[in-house]
Design a protein around this ligand. Structure first.
Ligand code: AHM
Ligand code: MG
Length: 361
């Protein structure tokens, strides 16, 4: 017989089902002040954008005109996909008339997009990569969206967004959405990293993992080894090292969000170094690297450019790129040690050859 004192549904699972994204954000802010309300409202809008993009992605194979290229190239010189444009516009449209965000900057737009009606009151700027890993879209593999929220500073009267050229430490929140077998929303407002899974029957993001901690070390290294011949010798040495030592395994999906998510949960390192054709690498600081760097530090890991903490980098332009090494402390340190050793050996060689030329004179 059922004990009348025992709840029929375990309290824990009911509580978990009730922890929606918006409730969680308010709890995190530990306050109901206007700032907390704003951040919670922004997260709700981001969640709506995520649901709209997820819906489109899940139906794209059946819809005319949803997949493929537009025929245009973006400010980065990359071919634009129809889904890039769709997702870019979704983010704009969910923030229109929100009164929250005055300006949106995305890797798909040369200049920030202003929502003038929000600007007198909108205290935030949203930076985002609407579809990260777009090469996966047409073949139904995982893609993502990445976002970062910064305080709006001044009115940016010349529209040049110079106030955004600041370090990643200025972010007040960041996160991403992973469109995989389920849609996952991961965020931080500087108080740990938390993940939510979209429950399609409720239409809500429900808490899945709170205060995620990345392992100190993981087996995975994630890099596009097709670029091997274009990398600095230090990176090639690192790759040769992992090839020759037991306990490493390669995973690379072509979508940063997916590769990052694996590493966040299981440890390891993702690397996109500079190449001979792109010395700064491929990934954009404001829309990709800095938001993920904030998350990784909040989870107890590390992000670097190889020579500098990533969150210290001040971009010289809106669409600046940086090399990216991100993941478990031990694995990022190992890559960095190859870079430092190589630089030291190079400077020793330079010194010896300059001493030799002085001696010859
Ligand atoms: P995108 O935002 O235009 O899709 O570009 C970023 C993507 C990352 O998701 C991924 O890690 C990288 O580009 C893959 O680049 P590559 O094809 O050079 O390996
Ligand atoms: Mg991207």
């Amino acid at each position: 017989m059922q004990n009348s004192q025992q709840p029929i549904i375990p309290e824990q699972s009911l509580d978990r089902d009730c922890t929606t994204l918006s409730r969680h954000v308010l709890q995190q802010c530990a306050s109901f002040n206007p700032e907390a309300q704003d951040i919670s409202a922004i997260m709700n809008r981001l969640a709506l954008a995520a649901k709209l993009v997820a819906r489109r992605l899940s139906q794209a194979g059946l819809m005319a005109g949803a997949l493929g290229f537009t025929g245009e190239t973006n400010v980065q010189g990359e071919s634009v996909k129809k889904m890039d444009i769709y997702a870019n516009d979704v983010f704009i449209s969910v923030f229109k008339q929100s009164g929250l965000v005055c300006r949106l900057a995305s890797e798909e737009m040369e200049k920030p997009y202003y929502i003038p009606e929000n600007c007198p009151v909108g205290r935030y700027t949203l930076l985002y990569d609407p579809i990260d890993g777009s090469s996966n879209v047409d073949i139904n593999l995982n893609v993502g969206s990445i976002f970062s929220i910064r305080q709006q500073q001044g009115e940016d009267l010349d529209g040049e967004a110079k106030d955004l050229l600041q370090s990643g430490d200025k972010q007040i929140a960041s996160g991403y959405v992973l469109y995989g077998p389920s849609t996952v929303f991961v965020y931080s407002i500087g108080k740990g990293v938390h993940s939510f899974v979209l429950d399609p029957s409720l239409g809500e993001f429900i808490l899945a993992d709170e205060n995620i901690r990345i392992p100190e070390h993981g087996a995975v290294y994630s890099a596009n080894e097709g670029n091997y011949w274009q990398w600095d010798e230090s990176i090639r040495e690192y790759i040769r090292y992992v090839h020759r030592h037991e306990g490493y395994t390669a995973r690379y999906s072509g979508a940063l969000v997916g590769d990052f998510h694996r590493i966040l949960l299981q440890g390891g390192v993702f690397l996109y170094p500079g190449t001979t054709t792109k010395p700064e690498g491929k990934l954009r600081l404001l829309y990709e690297s800095a938001p993920l760097a904030m998350l990784i530090e909040q989870a107890g890991g590390k992000a670097s450019t190889g020579t500098q903490r990533l969150l210290d980098v001040v971009p010289d332009k809106l669409h600046a790129r940086t090399p990216l090494f991100i993941g478990s402390n031990q694995d990022v340190d190992l890559v960095n040690s190859f870079i430092t050793d190589w630089a030291r050996r190079q400077s020793d060689i330079d010194e010896i050859s300059s001493q030799e030329s002085v001696a010859k004179v």
